[in-house]
Write a protein that binds this ligand. Structure first.
Ligand SMILES: Cc1cc2nc3c(=O)[nH]c(=O)nc-3n(C[C@H](O)[C@H](O)[C@H](O)COP(=O)(O)O)c2cc1C
Ligand code: SF4
Length: 517
């Protein structure tokens, strides 16, 4: 007898709002009623605001039910949800949910669709076809495709991936490495996790393609310790790939050897900085290294190393399959392709939105995000993690591209967008930026280690109304010093959010004084 496929995401966000209980209850009620189902624990589509998003396969069409609670399951069965029956939680066909239908899914096209741990389903959806193409076309053609795509690093700095790979390919050395940065420490970001939990073989395939292209035989995934579910899923995916001959020696009889090791971080933000990550991978404290040498020349164990973010690497297989030019046809100017924006904070419809570069912040926050969750007006939006500038509500028409953001003194970074309503006190946010830096600084250079602590003190004096003008000047000078003299972007970019508060929200420094008056 044919079993009806029912999908319940096994993804950290979905599980945090009860997806495991929902899955158990669906299995229990189906068994009790003698109904045959195949329960699939898929990845998330990224519409976090609809989780747990349960789907039923009805004649080959996926019908979605949103925000399902275990207590809803009896009534779902009673209303015939296995046949797509009507129910207050019914959303209709998944591919018609506007939040999903309006996206341009390039990197995340399999997330939500497949069972993340089924190599067969991965293969049915073009999985490993890019590796096969790369192996057939050779390293140079593969590198040319990555260069033609215009893909830039999605971890924060936006460095052209093709140039990085070319440097590693051309660097002397018998041993080269691919080191994937899965530390994902930026506030409001979860794209790496969603990809690793929803389509882990895609990351593995991207690493294989990178290794083949630059001549590396070993890869590492540096995963943040706060992602235990991603760890489990990656471990299983790596084992499955190894069992089926997609990792190890002589992969699929191609003569190409490559294996991957999963390495867990220990909860340090600065270990996401690429050289601190390499130190940590080598078993040392995560202190930032001076550059040069670049990791591409002398990285892990002094060998040429590609350091790339998860989303960067996972974007590659589709680039190889569809062509670099096709990818470059998305986006604007030097911001080619798509970015997985992550909507978080005080927003009604939080989640992942993969779109071509060039849409505006307003389109992202209002059309996709539905405005603030509180229903109040937006006061500020921080893009690009804790080192990103705060933009005021009247700057939401800036197009999301690297250059436009750079001109506005802001950054896109890893694509995290955190929304604040008008109840936020921005002076406190400026203080938080300095405090965060003081806590997370690796301590190697003085402007960051000492500057951030002094920054907290200066801001405290301003908030308390002590010599506000003098302290304002001092803070600006401190920001200049941190920006100019820090060894890495941790200290060098902490001034971004602070300066943006001074520029757009200076009146918030007076709020406490007014309240006390
Ligand atoms: C303090 C700090 C933290 C960072 N954290 C991350 C991170 O969590 N994930 C990431 O991919 N890149 C992070 N980066 C950027 C990396 O240093 C590096 O640019 C990136 O991993 C390169 O990969 P990409 O070219 O694919 O972006 C961080 C940088 C700094 C300065
Ligand atoms: S800027 Fe901060 S995190 Fe970076 S090297 Fe200096 S002390 Fe370490």
């Amino acid at each position: 007898m044919a079993r009806t496929r029912v999908y319940v995401p096994r993804d950290t966000a979905a599980v945090s709002v009860g997806a495991d209980d929902v899955a158990l209850e669906i299995a229990r009620v189906a068994k009790r009623g003698g109904q045959f189902i195949e329960l699939v624990r898929n990845g998330s589509w990224g519409a976090s605001w609809l989780e747990p998003l349960v789907e039923v396969d009805v004649d080959g069409r996926r019908i979605a039910y949103g925000n399902v609670d275990a207590a809803d399951v009896d009534s779902l069965f009673a209303k015939g949800f296995l046949d797509g029956g009507k129910h207050p939680k019914r959303l209709g066909p998944t591919d018609e949910i506007p939040y999903l239908a309006r996206q341009e899914r390039w990197t995340f096209f399999r997330c939500g669709l497949i069972n993340p741990l089924s190599l067969d389903e991965f293969r049915e959806r073009k999985g490993f076809a890019a590796l096969e193409k790369a192996l057939a076309d050779g390293p140079q053609a593969t590198l040319d495709a990555v260069k033609a795509s215009g893909l830039r690093g999605r971890g924060g700095a936006g460095f052209p991936t093709g140039i990085k790979w070319q440097t590693v390919a051309g660097a002397p050395g018998n041993q080269k490495y691919i080191a994937v940065n899965a530390d994902e420490g930026d506030s409001g970001t979860f794209a790496d996790r969603l990809l690793m939990e929803g389509d882990p073989f895609c990351l593995i395939e991207g690493m294989l393609v990178a290794g083949f292209t630059v001549g590396a035989s070993k890869g590492y995934i540096y995963l943040r310790s706060e992602y235990p579910l991603a760890k489990t899923i990656l471990e299983r995916a790596l084992d499955a790939a190894r069992d089926r001959g997609w990792l190890g020696t002589n992969i699929q009889d191609s003569g190409f050897d490559f294996d991957i090791e999963l390495h867990m971080g220990a909860g340090s933000y600065v270990c996401g900085e690429e050289t601190a990550m390499l130190e940590s991978l080598e078993g040392r404290q995560g202190l930032v290294r001076s550059k040069p040498p670049l990791p591409a020349i002398s990285g892990l164990f002094n060998s040429p190393t590609v350091v790339n973010n998860v989303v960067t690497i996972a974007s590659v297989p589709n680039i190889i399959l569809q062509g670099g030019d096709r990818y470059a046809s998305f986006g604007v100017d030097r911001s080619k392709g798509t970015l997985a924006f992550q909507l978080a904070g005080n927003v009604k419809r939080g989640g992942l939105v993969e779109k071509a570069f060039g849409l505006t912040l307003r389109e992202l926050i209002e059309d996709f995000g539905g405005g603030t969750a509180s229903g109040r007006s937006i006061k500020a939006v921080q893009v690009g993690g804790p080192l990103g500038a705060y933009l005021p509500a009247d700057q939401l028409d800036i197009p999301l591209d690297y250059e436009a953001f750079g001109e506005a003194g802001a950054l896109i970074g890893h694509g995290g967008v955190v929304v604040f309503d008008d109840t936020v006190n921005m002076a406190e946010q400026a203080r938080f930026a300095m405090e965060f830096c003081a806590i997370e600084s690796c301590g190697k250079c003085t402007p960051c280690r000492i500057g951030s602590t002094r920054g907290v003190e200066v801001i405290d004096r301003m908030i308390n109304g002590e010599n506000r003008e003098d302290n304002y000047d001092l803070l600006v000078e401190l920001c200049d010093t941190m920006e100019d003299a820090s060894l890495c972007a941790m200290g060098g970019m902490t001034p971004y959010p602070v300066r943006s508060v001074l520029k757009y929200f200076a009146e918030d420094f007076a709020t406490r004084e007014r309240a006390e008056a």
